[in-house]
Design a protein around this ligand. Structure first.
Ligand SMILES: O=P(O)(O)O[C@@H]1[C@@H](OP(=O)(O)O)[C@H](OP(=O)(O)O)[C@H](O)[C@H](OP(=O)(O)O)[C@H]1OP(=O)(O)O
Ligand SMILES: Nc1ncnc2c1ncn2[C@@H]1O[C@H](COP(=O)(O)OP(=O)(O)OP(=O)(O)O)[C@@H](O)[C@H]1O
Length: 422
């Protein structure tokens, strides 16, 4: 990137979360990811640079190690002209959802992360200028806590996502409770996965977005977003999934196209053999805890019909969902077991603040940091070292519980029929 020649008119608002705001280049397949802060939260440029560098190092030396080289894009920290950032911030302000405007883009440091635009990712297998569809899924936590430290019985039966739905609807964040349950998606059982994906398509909230050629075509910004329109989505998808029933329009066509989409996403989610070290976390992190969440409408309807809960077919070991779940399970103790250990570390640091650096509390996230994460023992020997390892494992698990999976799809040329490659 030629940072000296930055023109805000070449960039457009792309999206944002709680911590960062992303702008995309109009022609090139790159994005800039800026940090956001509440107004008056002043951070020095040096602090912002370090924060961003830590994110890059964490991606490179921790998440990539666990999930595999091909599944994590770390980007790099770039320094931008302050005038460019100021103008860009003014330009995009009107496009931001109101619910996200409690935080401001950092316009003072001039630092941001530059990453490939994953919604327009082209690989060598695709001919140029072919349409690209990108499905972004934030699957959230795929297991029910198995820690003996959990004191609330309900937490052993209902997953965090499903419990959270009630809070989110009660506080007005979303209009209605979703039928999606992460345990269905992570089950490896195709029927359950199809149900989970259809539920996401019905009530996307912040867990599903669909982009076509880099433009958001499906997904909601907040509770005020219009109701999801499947026929409009199917219209966008038709060039990718010509319905196998041969119908070119109408509700049957819409359903057929959506079904194709769900089947392709399932196939992609179950595929993959990229090596990552998450597999090496076993046997410590084998399937544990209940297989189903009692709040999932899928398992509830089976129970009503007097059928057994479906078998967990199990995820294939190489697939990204499997690896993500393994990393999530680094949360071995649940917050209830972890909190006393967190307090132990905090008390120690109050007494010995100079140890912060040696203990790598805030990084650097290097190989040594990563190696300590591989110790899965849960026998508390009363040391600060044990407590710190569990706290850092918890932080990594939380990253995996909140990460997004971006699936890029494009028609292949080999076959005369339209055929998708993910
Ligand atoms: O705690 P959760 O499960 O509500 O997750 C938070 C997310 O809420 P969600 O449930 O996905 O709507 C939340 O997403 P939203 O801002 O609600 O879109 C953030 O991703 C938050 O991450 P961070 O702490 O800002 O880095 C997430 O917080 P962390 O728990 O990952 O810190
Ligand atoms: N490299 C990328 N390519 C394309 N789109 C991206 C990229 N990085 C982020 N995005 C888009 O920007 C949105 C916000 O980014 P991101 O999730 O990183 O924000 P965040 O503030 O860290 O999220 P959170 O709310 O989880 O803290 C994403 O949901 C995704 O749609």
């Amino acid at each position: 990137m030629e940072e000296g020649k930055m023109d805000e008119n070449e960039w457009g608002y792309h999206g944002e979360g709680n911590k960062s705001l992303v702008v995309a280049h109009a022609q090139r397949c790159v994005v800039l990811r800026f940090l956001k802060f509440p107004p008056n939260r002043k951070k020095t440029s040096e602090e912002i640079f370090q924060h961003l560098q830590n994110i890059v190092d964490f991606g490179k030396n921790v998440m990539k190690e666990f999930l595999g080289e091909n599944y994590v894009h770390c980007g790099e920290v770039v320094q931008l002209p302050l005038e460019f950032v100021k103008q860009l911030c003014l330009k995009i302000q009107s496009e931001r959802p109101e619910s996200r405007c409690d935080k401001d883009l950092d316009t003072l440091s001039g630092y941001a992360m530059c990453l490939p635009n994953l919604t327009r990712l082209q690989t060598y297998r695709f001919a140029e200028h072919r349409p690209i569809l990108c499905v972004e899924i934030k699957p959230k936590c795929g297991f029910i806590p198995f820690s003996s430290d959990v004191t609330h019985e309900m937490k052993h039966k209902v997953c965090r996502y499903c419990m959270h739905q009630h809070l989110k609807v009660a506080t007005g964040k979303w209009k209605q409770i979703s039928k999606y349950c992460p345990l269905d998606l992570y089950s490896g059982n195709k029927q359950r996965m199809h149900f989970a994906l259809k539920s996401l398509l019905q009530e996307a909230q912040n867990n599903l977005k669909i982009f076509k050629n880099g433009e958001l075509i499906y997904g909601c910004k907040d509770a005020r977003s219009p109701v999801a329109d499947w026929s409009e989505l199917a219209h966008h998808l038709k060039p990718f999934f010509f319905p196998s029933n041969g119908l070119a329009s109408g509700p049957h066509c819409t359903r057929a196209v959506i079904r194709e989409l769900v089947h392709v996403i399932t196939r992609v989610l179950l595929s993959g053999s990229d090596k990552g070290r998450a597999g090496t976390l076993s046997p410590g992190l084998g399937p544990q805890g209940p297989r189903v969440c009692e709040a999932s409408p899928f398992s509830r309807s089976l129970r009503c019909q007097g059928k057994n809960t479906p078998e967990r077919s199990g995820l294939p070991k190489g697939c990204l969902l499997y690896k993500t779940l393994q990393v999530q399970m680094l949360d071995l103790l649940d917050i209830e077991g972890l909190y006393p250990l967190y307090n132990r570390v905090e008390r120690y640091l109050e007494e010995f603040p100079e140890e912060r650096k040696t203990l790598q509390i805030d990084g650097p996230y290097d190989e040594a940091f990563y190696q300590k994460l591989l110790d899965l023992s849960t026998e508390d020997d009363g040391t600060v070292a044990f407590a710190l390892t569990k706290v850092q494992q918890y932080r990594v698990a939380m990253t995996a519980k909140d990460c997004s999976i971006m699936i890029a799809l494009s028609p292949c040329l080999q076959d005369a029929r339209k055929y998708l490659q993910g």
